[in-house]
Design a protein around this ligand. Structure first.
Ligand code: GLP
Length: 235
């Protein structure tokens, strides 16, 4: 795992955005895997103002809440529209449909779509405090494909800041599985802020263990970890 450290959020975001822009320069019709959450907002801001050409790129988001309509302000579809898609011209963007009548069928459909594009070239990931990637909570099998998950209480609490009331935070989501994520040709893991340092340390020093989903990334051949935001630990 290649590890790049920056102190300031703007530099961190610029580095992340540059990795995406370089990918698009090398392969304009790239398939990009995208993430939501607070961490990548700066990256999306840089991308919104960049001259990156997304016109041939296809994007797949990692996950979506179950039960929120696409136009609900807290759906990940709304997040992505606001952060990126309303501002750039992307060939096609896919996000799981958390309102599908049959969520199992939706999960299979999503897997098939990714396959149709020959997999994901570059996947952006954030890191949950408990080590989750996408919405793959601790204990999720490393062999998982796109599936429906029950969100951990701690994850609902962490994401409650985006909702008016805690009770509004959905308790389920559809997420790409860990194996789905691991099949991406390249991965960027974004970890920023003091509150993520414990998780970062566990990632760097802990075992590869299903109880800390991000640990599997040590077994991927092409991961860039971008971290920053506090006094820099020395690894
Ligand atoms: C959510 C998302 C994850 C994201 C994580 C961390 O649970 N499903 O994809 O990585 O939150 O988010 P943040 O960047 O806000 O800390």
């Amino acid at each position: 795992m290649k590890h790049l450290q920056t102190r300031h959020y703007h530099d961190f975001s610029k580095q992340a955005a540059n990795l995406i822009i370089n990918q698009l320069k090398a392969k304009p019709n790239s398939t990009l895997g995208l993430a939501t959450g607070g961490t990548p907002k700066g990256m999306y801001e840089v991308l919104r103002h960049s001259k990156g050409d997304f016109s041939q790129a296809v994007t797949f988001n990692l996950d979506e809440y179950v039960g929120l309509s696409a136009n609900h302000p807290q759906s990940y579809r709304s997040f992505m529209e606001e952060q990126l898609f309303e501002h750039i011209d992307v060939a096609f963007s896919y996000i799981p449909n958390g309102e599908a009548d049959d969520l199992e069928v939706e999960c299979q459909r999503y897997e098939q779509l990714i396959k149709q594009y020959d997999g994901i070239d570059l996947q952006v990931l954030g890191l949950g405090h408990n080590g989750h990637i996408g919405f793959n909570e601790p204990g999720t099998p490393f062999s998982s494909r796109t599936h429906v998950v029950d969100l951990a209480e701690s994850t609902r609490q962490a994401n409650a800041r985006f909702f008016k009331h805690y009770e509004e935070v959905p308790s389920k989501a559809v997420t790409m599985g860990i194996e789905t994520i691991m099949e991406a040709k390249q991965i960027i893991l974004l970890v920023y802020g003091e509150d993520k340092q414990e998780a970062l340390e566990r990632l760097m020093n802990g075992e590869v263990d299903e109880n800390f989903p991000a640990s599997i990334l040590h077994q991927h051949p092409n991961v860039t970890l971008l971290s920053g935001g506090v006094k820099m630990p020395h690894y």
